[in-house]
Write a protein that binds this ligand. Structure first.
Ligand code: ADP
Ligand code: MG
Length: 824
């Protein structure tokens, strides 16, 4: 009898051949679709008998559906499209093979014993239906299917979760004669005439619509007139929605929403109800989309799985998921328009909660995975830590004490710590991390502190090294810029355990340094998120506690997504005596005044930073080049002062030299690119001038400003900007003038720029939600997180029979998007 492997090979062979010779073989391939379909069906038919694990079977069924989708319509597709399909097909085959061999993921999908077979089987069947290509939906042919796919609507489920952009109230259709001026009205009538008229120097498209009671004029001043004229043929029936106004005693609507009604179509679907409006896809009109969605909802909504436990639904007031899918696409007559349009109807809430819940469930499982992992149970309250705190020339703030207690609590537990420490620039994170590192040392372990840049690593080393020395410990610096022999010697000492604390860049872990006994890794990420992966540590056979520090306050909602699996500590209090940095926006024409202020500061014995966005001149962007500006300032503006320059292209030692010169007051002004953004500490610097401030994000501006005001000298920040700045840029700068609170700045940043841009979409760890919007749905996100974590506390591996369906749906939804393999 044929094995699954053999059946899979039969599918793979023609695909491989087509891809062969750099896809040139494709030209030789005829009629691929039918034979492949048969082989896919054959393989699918083998599943029930050969695969005993329900989860595995479900996953294979899904992949087969994806494979089928890749193949469907293949023979008629363009050469480019065929190439793409082949590649997609091959990746499906690859995935199938992985499921088959159970590599790595096997335990993630093994189902607990005692789960009713029928329940899983019917879930499986439902998922198979939802995973079908959108083309399965009535009214969607190959061409429309392609258009939908281009919009990201590939499967039936994608369609069901394609939320209307807004809703229109067409419950009441007014006779034109009764429509009221100044109100949004919906009317239906016949086109009497439609033509283009001259209007001042431009043109206007006018259509006259008449019903039994009166006539109304619809006008368009822009848009494609040819397109409109083609639609508004005299005699055809149209529906118009828009604000009615009177013009020369005639009712009219400017740029109304409209739909042309076809013969016999004046049904329930497009009016006499609340109507969904979707974001349009080229080539598919509103009515067509609506019809497609109607079929999708009628035929498939019932397969939407809703295994979120009853008690959670009750607590959160969630309606049934199938009801929810129906209600968002075709709201009932009693729905509240404003709630619908705010995406706050009961249907929306359920779907949004669902999406967020599964995501947070994944986070909770990852988190629980860490908790279940074996780690080091440190003894806390050791002698080194105590002595360190007693030699500090200041008292810890209450926030620092609280956060140290949280960290020590984690360290004492026998599972590895996985904590994010948030605290604004200058809030005293370094001290906190030192307390943690010393606890590791107290227990005979080594600690590592990793910074994003060499400058910062060097600076950390200066502080940490001094502290370590006074406690009788050895701290060493290890960065890329060091000479080979020196580096090797330090690596040797680390391996031999002669060094207790190692300070380096993020590359430290990757670069093949062997620790004798690493107990704690502190990762200072500043604002670069998610660089160091715990996996790297694990891969090296270490399972130390990990403390990630960030100086960029992250709004709670974002922290819950991007750092969803971490525990979070926040230092929300600044050490006493810090004066806020007075901040003001200056325009280009006020430059002479800015130079005067610079002079004054230096006359007081203080130092000044001037920051530019880029290193090299880019004419297109009209940016000043830091290098040229440094020269210009030295030669033409401040010939009597000492101007230095530092930028990212310089070598480590060169940068170090300049920083030392500035720190030792050998320079008055330091012209810099954003390399100084990260944690540089120059107490005598009292003025930060940021050129082209409009080009920086808020988080960056906040970081830069944090470089001054680090002692009790009154400090200032000048944000220079051209007068042309966009509205958004101006709003950003205004926020900087108004507040110093990093969290408020971060919230504002999130609001102004949105999550994607704020975090940088790539590698940011931001999931791409389909229905939810973390900006809008912050509250629901918090609720979903609480419920998900509560559930996982009760069932840390999601193994209880009553959670089997939940687990299956979770894997289905998120497995490919999050690395859940290890949660099993
Ligand atoms: P961060 O790393 O959070 O930007 P640092 O740890 O570098 O902040 O601390 C900033 C400055 O404040 C340092 O000079 C540090 O010695 C000082 N500092 C830290 N904690 C306190 C405190 N509780 N009281 C007074 N000064 C403090
Ligand atoms: Mg710091």
């Amino acid at each position: 009898m044929e094995t699954l492997k053999q059946a899979l090979e039969k599918i793979e062979t023609p695909l491989r051949f087509s891809a062969g010779n750099d896809f040139r073989n494709l030209a030789l391939v005829r009629d691929l679709e039918e034979p492949l379909r048969k082989k896919i069906t054959a393989l699918r038919d083998m599943l029930p008998e050969k695969v005993t694990d329900a989860g595995q079977a479900a996953r294979m069924a899904m992949k087969l559906t994806a494979l089928e989708a890749a193949v469907s319509g293949f023979d008629g597709a363009s050469p480019e499209e065929r190439k793409r399909r082949i590649a997609e097909g091959l990746s499906c085959v690859e995935a199938l093979r992985e499921v088959l061999s159970g590599t790595g993921e096997a335990d993630a999908v093994s189902f607990p014993q005692g789960v009713p077979r029928e329940a899983l089987a019917s879930l499986e069947a439902a998922m198979e239906k939802l995973a079908r290509p959108a083309q399965f939906v009535k009214g969607v042919g190959p061409k429309i299917g392609m258009l939908l796919a281009r919009k990201g609507l590939k499967t039936v489920e994608d369609l069901l979760l394609f939320m209307p952009r807004k809703y229109e109230d067409r419950r009441v259709i007014k006779p034109i004669a009764r429509a009221e001026s100044g109100r949004k009205e919906t009317v239906v009538g016949t086109v009497v005439r439609a033509e283009i008229h001259p209007y001042q120097k431009r043109k206007v498209f006018e259509a006259v619509i008449r019903d039994d009671t009166a006539a109304l004029k619809a006008k368009w001043f822009k848009g494609s007139f040819a397109y409109l004229r083609n639609l508004f043929k005299p005699g055809c029936r149209v529906i118009l929605t828009g604000e009615l106004r009177m013009y020369r005693f005639q009712p009219e609507m400017i740029h109304p929403d409209f739909e042309i009604l076809e013969e016999g179509e004046e049904s329930h679907l497009h009016f006499k109800r609340i109507v969904p409006i979707y974001s349009e896809t080229e080539g598919i009109g509103q009515k067509h989309l609506r019809r497609i969605l109607l079929h999708a909802v009628e035929d498939y909504a019932r397969y939407m799985p809703g295994p979120i436990p009853r008690d959670i639904c009750d607590r959160q007031g969630l309606i049934d998921i199938i009801e929810a899918v129906r209600a968002v696409h075709f709201p009932g007559p009693d729905e509240d328009m404003s709630r619908l349009n705010a995406m706050r109807s009961d249907g929306h809430r359920r779907l949004i909660f669902d999406e967020l819940f599964y995501f947070e469930l994944a986070m909770a499982l990852k988190h629980a995975g860490n908790v279940l992992d074996e780690g080091i149970a440190f003894r806390t309250g050791g002698e080194l830590t105590d002595r360190f705190l007693s030699i500090l020339p200041f008292r810890l703030t209450a926030a620092q004490r609280r956060v140290i207690a949280e960290i020590h609590g984690d360290m004492a537990r026998p599972s590895p710590m996985h904590r994010l420490l948030q605290g604004d620039v200058g809030s005293g994170k370094t001290v906190v991390s030192m307390a943690a590192m010393l606890t590791a040392c107290d227990n005979g372990y080594q600690a590592a502190l990793m910074a994003p840049t060499e400058i910062l690593a060097e600076q950390h080393h200066r502080n940490v090294g001094r502290w370590a020395e006074s406690l009788g410990l050895r701290a060493a610096l290890l960065v890329g810029g060091m000479r080979g022999p020196e580096k090797r010697e330090i690596a040797r000492q680390i391996e031999a355990g002669e060094v207790h604390i190692v300070v380096g860049t993020h590359a430290l872990i990757q670069e093949g340094v062997e620790f004798r006994k690493l107990g704690l890794a502190v990762v200072d990420e500043q604002h670069r998120f998610g660089v160091v992966q715990r996996a790297t540590l694990r891969a090296k056979g270490m399972n130390p506690d990990v403390l990630v520090m960030t100086a960029t306050p992250i709004p709670r909602t974002l922290a819950m997504t991007v750092y969803g699996d971490l525990d979070i500590s926040v230092i929300d209090e600044m050490p006493p005596g810090k004066k806020p940095v007075r901040t003001k926006v200056f325009y280009e024409r006020e430059r002479p005044r800015v130079y005067e202020i610079i002079r004054k500061e230096i006359a007081k014995g203080n130092q000044v930073f001037i920051v530019y966005p880029l290193v090299t001149e880019s004419e297109a962007l009209d940016l000043k080049d830091a290098t040229r500006m440094a020269e210009h300032l030295q030669r033409d503006v401040f010939p009597d002062l000492r101007v230095g320059l530092i930028h990212g292209r310089m070598k480590g030692p060169e940068k170090e030299q300049i920083m030392q010169a500035f720190n030792g007051r050998g320079l008055d002004i330091l012209v810099a690119t954003t390399v100084i953004e990260v944690g540089i500490d120059i107490p005598q610097a009292s003025l930060m001038v940021i050129e082209h401030a409009e080009r920086f994000g808020l988080a960056q501006l906040h970081q830069l400003r944090g470089r001054v005001g680090r002692s009790d000298i009154p400090s200032y920040c000048i944000l220079m900007t051209g007068s042309r700045g966009s509205d958004v840029a101006r709003r950003r700068l205004a926020v900087m003038e108004q507040t110093h609170d990093g969290f408020r700045i971060a919230e504002a940043d999130l609001e102004i720029r949105g999550p994607g841009e704020m975090m940088g979409t790539r590698q940011s760890g931001l999931p791409d939600f389909r229905v939810a919007d973390i900006l809008r749905d912050g509250r629901l996100l918090g609720d979903a997180r609480e419920e998900a974590f509560r559930l996982v506390r009760k069932d840390p591996r999601l193994q209880k029979p009553e959670h089997a369906l939940l687990r299956a749906v979770l894997l289905w939804r998120w497995e490919s998007r999050l690395d859940l393999a290890r949660t099993g």
